[in-house]
Design a protein around this ligand. Structure first.
Ligand SMILES: [Zn+2]
Length: 77
């Protein structure tokens, strides 16, 4: 079990989380109205207390998404 104190279960607030990926290969977040070839691979965790499964982007992927949104906002100005 990997404890990430920055994350907690969305449903019950527990920090007893097991991290991994959902999907047979992987799931990806594809933003609307932004062209991306592969999307942003999501990470997942399951809560050991209630079973809730959640997805999120790693910090690296989140920075890439922010950069893409920034590029787009500059283009619209
Ligand atoms: Zn939970």
């Amino acid at each position: 079990m990997i404890v990430d104190t920055n994350k907690s279960c969305t449903a019950c607030g527990s920090q007893r989380l097991v991290f991994g990926y959902t999907g047979n290969s992987s799931n990806a977040f594809v933003p609307s109205n932004i062209f991306v070839i592969y999307g942003f691979r999501t990470r997942s965790f399951v809560c050991l207390d209630c079973g809730y499964v959640s997805q999120f982007l790693s910090k690296e992927k989140l920075e890439k998404l922010k950069a893409r949104i920034g590029e787009r906002e500059e283009l619209n100005e």
